[in-house]
Design a protein around this ligand. Structure first.
Ligand code: BG6
Length: 491
């Protein structure tokens, strides 16, 4: 027994990292449009005013999918993709977030894309909100910190569910919703304008709460409040999607923030359990089970967090349980009670370096076996269909003179992770889809760099937006095509 015959092999992108077309056809700024280019060691900077003479803003052109979607979808179809995860840019549909009527040009753009996918028999998987919201809502309402944002989001969802009814079946309400509760990520996860957004790197993370300052605690309290609003919005969106079309399937999406205890010291094991609850399980426990887990009471108490709720919230959560579980998986980290250990880099999977693992060029530890382990953990907890909706290797590729790209390292990374998924399926896990991240090169979320490439298709552009933007299939493209053709038998 290996991959089921209807297994959804796919690829994934996010609008702000891929589309470009910054202010075209009525679109206005989204929160991510205010982030400058960073690097492995230099965080992205947030600027209140957009000053293109002084800074480079990677989302403004990104990979130029906005003008090349036909060619891109044809390439994805040629690779044999069964499913394509894309996100919709809220600011194309409701440019400032609170207009009465949606922007017809934005709707037309996504309708063309979805129709194009349908013509190629590619199932879309749509993320409704992938790390962005109209910047106007961030400024005026402090993003998701305000309960009012729920109404704007639901109006946006209603437009999508009605307009694209019949074209989309699989929806994700929020990308990596657990990021909203991570220290220092309030702007990225929830567009909270009033939090500290000086250092916007998704790259590093300090898990040591003790080092947090008073302001950080205030920010964190705001983030948990914003997260509560996102939970309510997500649960209401699930109900709305089902009401508009009972065929709709709506999932949660969790950053695979996977951590092991560094040693078998029981104190490390307990710490591992606690950290994992806080940073990995908490959000899906709410979204899959429909209620805050009991253990969260202690976490809130210890952090001094009191969430404001309304009388109907419990009911909303329990009536808005998701249909499937999805997550991103790149890397793992370790936790230990003993301080002064060597830390590993990562976007969100942070922690102590694991001596058994090697690392990528950006210092993220590579752990295929962990994918099997965490798939089993998720299945044991929820017994529901699972999708791996992000996975891949960010590496600096070389475009050869004959326009080929040899990326054996990416093939190796993907092969090992796909083999781990196969083992998990043999273990009995109901895994229904795999979408490799950034299947066409996109700008990295953590650093804004183009050279941190995940794609199976190369985009000829550099970090500052120079290049032809032409597309070239990499060796991994032909390899993945074979994997899909043989349903995972030839790797
Ligand atoms: C995930 C995000 O956390 O990691 C993506 O959902 C992001 O948006 C991906 O691109 C990889 O991180 P990075 O920083 O290498 O792009």
């Amino acid at each position: 027994m290996s991959f089921p015959k209807d297994f959804l092999w796919g690829g994934a992108t996010a609008a702000n990292q891929f589309e470009g077309g910054w202010l075209e056809d009525g679109k206005l700024d989204s929160t991510m449009d205010h982030l400058t280019l960073g690097s492995k060691n230099r965080p992205r900077k947030f600027t209140e005013e957009i000053d293109e003479n002084k800074y480079f803003y990677p989302t403004h052109k990104a990979s130029d999918f906005y003008h090349r979607y036909k060619e891109d979808i044809a390439l994805l179809a040629e690779m044999g993709l069964k499913i394509y995860r894309l996100s919709i840019n809220w600011t194309r549909i409701y440019p400032n977030g609170e207009e009465e009527k949606p922007n017809e040009k934005g709707i037309a753009f996504y309708r063309e894309i979805l129709t194009e996918l349908k013509n190629h028999n590619i199932e879309p998987l749509v993320t409704i909100s992938h790390y962005e919201l109209p910047y106007h809502l961030a400024l005026k309402y402090d993003g998701w910190y305000s309960r009012k944002t729920i109404d704007f989001y639901l109006k946006y969802c209603e437009t999508l569910f009605n307009e694209f009814n019949g074209l989309v079946k699989y929806w994700i309400t929020f990308n990596e919703i657990n990021v909203t509760a991570m220290e220092g990520k309030g702007y990225i996860g929830a567009g909270i304008h009033s939090v500290n957004h000086k250092d916007l790197s998704l790259h590093m993370h300090d898990i040591d709460d003790i080092k947090l300052m008073k302001k950080d605690y205030e920010d964190l309290a705001k983030q948990y409040q914003a997260l509560h609003h996102q939970f309510i919005a997500s649960a209401l969106a699930v109900q709305l999607a089902h009401k508009i079309d009972p065929e709709n399937k709506v999932g949660c999406m969790i950053a695979g923030n996977c951590q092991y205890p560094l040693t078998c010291n029981p104190c490390d094991v307990v710490l591992g359990q606690q950290e994992r609850r806080k940073h990995f399980w908490f959000c899906s426990d709410v979204q899959v089970r429909g209620a805050y887990p009991k253990y969260s009471e202690r976490i809130f108490k210890e952090k001094g967090i009191a969430i404001e709720t309304e009388a109907q919230d419990e009911k909303i959560l329990s009536n808005g349980r998701v249909d499937f579980y999805s997550f991103s998986y790149y890397s793992t980290g370790c936790v230990a009670v003993e301080a002064n250990r060597e830390m590993t880099a990562g976007n969100l999977t942070f922690g102590i370096s694991n001596p058994y693992l090697k690392s990528s060029q950006w210092g993220w530890q590579i752990d295929p076996e962990g994918l099997r382990y965490f798939l089993n953990e998720i299945h044991d907890r929820y017994q529901m269909p699972i999708m791996v909706v992000e996975n891949g290797l960010g590496q600096n590729d070389k475009l050869e003179a004959d326009q080929t790209i040899h990326d054996p390292y990416r093939i190796e990374y993907m092969r090992e992770h796909i083999m781990a998924m196969e083992e998990a399926i043999r273990d009995g896990i109901d895994l229904i889809a795999y979408t490799s991240w950034g299947c066409i090169d996109i700008v990295a979320a953590s650093t804004g760099e183009m050279k941190k490439r995940y794609g199976l298709i190369y985009v000829d552009a550099d970090d500052e937006g120079n290049g032809t933007y032409n597309r070239y299939p990499k060796d991994s493209y032909y390899w993945y095509k074979k994997v899909i053709e043989t349903n995972g038998k030839k790797m």
